[in-house]
Design a protein around this ligand. Structure first.
Ligand SMILES: Nc1ncnc2c1ncn2[C@@H]1O[C@H](COP(=O)(O)OP(=O)(O)O)[C@@H](O)[C@H]1O
Ligand SMILES: [Mg+2]
Length: 373
């Protein structure tokens, strides 16, 4: 499930504090995950691909095999190849764009008075959601990410069939693999460790080499294979950074890896993480980095488990002495999803690995942006 549903549920769960119009808008987002009948699917495909569905595909399964956040996914055959056809619900993009200004204003209001840049964050949220509603944008993202993975043994990305893709229809090669749940139940610890490292390396290289990350690291966006290799799905929510931002991030990471507490405060400031410099408790921040970077500071294998994750989240959230003196550049709005999504997945797998060399290579390597910003 995607970003929008989750946001809708998150904001929807705030419940009665919201004005009635806002609640109505959010409840639309919450219920948009119901499926639509085949005749509607046919209509969308025929409108967008400009031909009867029978001539677009050799075979088309009428019942969807998976739910998408704002659509559903059908299996089909095309020139002898199995494909997955993600079809977006009719009218949803328009509905969401109308609701978005409301959600954006709400967010700006919620954050007013906090040290967070409410307006910029609302804009960032809007930008990502608008992009997520355009499957042509997703198709482009997917092709680019595929190009960086082609030839790699452990990272797979399904090819996109552009001739059968539009803003509401995304046709990609169907990949057979295990869901996260199946994989968690059946794989050996050794294979889980390997898949964990594949997912982790992919994410670190995305950020530090290729200057982007997938803002939706949900378990449903991976398929797992017997050998521990991973298929990456769902490129609707890609956050693209400019190189300078990534360089600042790397400089901050290096101060921790090199145990340079003195420089760290400047690097944290340059990253735009300090809202109130006078009130900022740097000793606390430095201690927090030791926990956050623990997997990268040891030469031993490190087990990312739920104990570790809850300790980090405790420090970052409830016990964060800098709660009110920190801020967050809007470019990092989705970084928390990376933190909880990626680490949550590694924690479920109890993935034990040598994380340090992977992180070092990413942080000390050169940038080669995959997307233009
Ligand atoms: N190429 C594919 N091969 C196999 N399964 C797929 C493929 N594309 C999508 N799926 C299935 O459909 C689900 C929803 O697709 P996804 O792109 O993640 O939609 P959303 O962007 O709405 O989250 C995935 O979790 C996966 O189970
Ligand atoms: Mg998804």
């Amino acid at each position: 499930m995607g970003l929008i549903i989750k946001f809708g549920q998150m904001a929807g769960s705030l419940g009665t504090q919201l004005p009635p119009e806002a609640r109505a808008a959010l409840s639309k987002l919450q219920t948009s995950s119901t499926s639509i009948p085949f005749e509607e699917v046919r209509h969308i495909i025929e409108q967008d691909l400009n031909a009867p569905i029978e001539s677009c595909f050799d075979e088309f399964e009428e019942v969807a095999f998976a739910a998408a956040s704002i659509g559903q996914v059908h299996k089909a055959m095309l020139n002898g190849v199995e494909v997955a056809v993600k079809v977006q619900y009719p009218g949803i993009a328009k509905l969401i764009s109308m609701d978005l200004s409301l959600v954006g204003n709400m967010m700006a209001t919620f954050l007013a008075g906090s040290s967070l840049p409410g307006k910029a964050m609302a804009q960032e949220l809007r930008d990502r959601i608008v992009e997520e509603c355009d499957y042509l944008n997703e198709a482009h993202n997917q092709q680019m990410v595929k190009s960086r993975c082609d030839g790699l043994p452990n990272e797979h990305v399904p090819g996109v069939v552009m001739s059968h893709t539009s803003s509401r229809v995304l046709t990609t090669e169907f990949v057979r693999g295990m869901s996260f749940e199946e994989f968690s139940k059946s794989a050996s610890q050794e294979v889980k460790d390997k898949a964990g490292l594949v997912v982790f390396s992919h994410a670190m290289q995305s950020i530090f080499d290729f200057c982007y990350f997938n803002g939706d690291p949900h378990p449903g966006n991976y398929l797992f294979h017997d050998d521990g290799s991973v298929t990456f799905l769902d490129f609707g929510c890609i956050k693209k950074f400019n190189v300078e931002f990534i360089r600042n991030w790397k400089e901050m990471a290096k101060t921790v890896l090199e145990n340079n507490k003195e420089e760290n405060i400047h690097a944290v400031n340059t990253m735009g993480l300090i809202g109130n410099f006078k009130k900022f408790d740097h000793d606390f921040q430095w201690d927090m980095f030791q926990h956050l970077y623990a997997p990268f500071l040891t030469d031993d294998k490190f087990v990312i488990n739920h104990g570790y994750n809850s300790e980090v989240s405790r420090l970052m959230l409830w016990e964060n002495k800098n709660r009110f003196s920190m801020t967050l550049p809007s470019d990092l709005l989705f970084a928390n999803r990376l933190q909880w999504g990626l680490y949550g997945l590694l924690g479920d797998l109890k993935a034990a690995n040598y994380y340090k060399p992977v992180f070092h290579n990413a942080v000390y390597g050169d940038e080669k942006p995959l997307f233009s910003t």
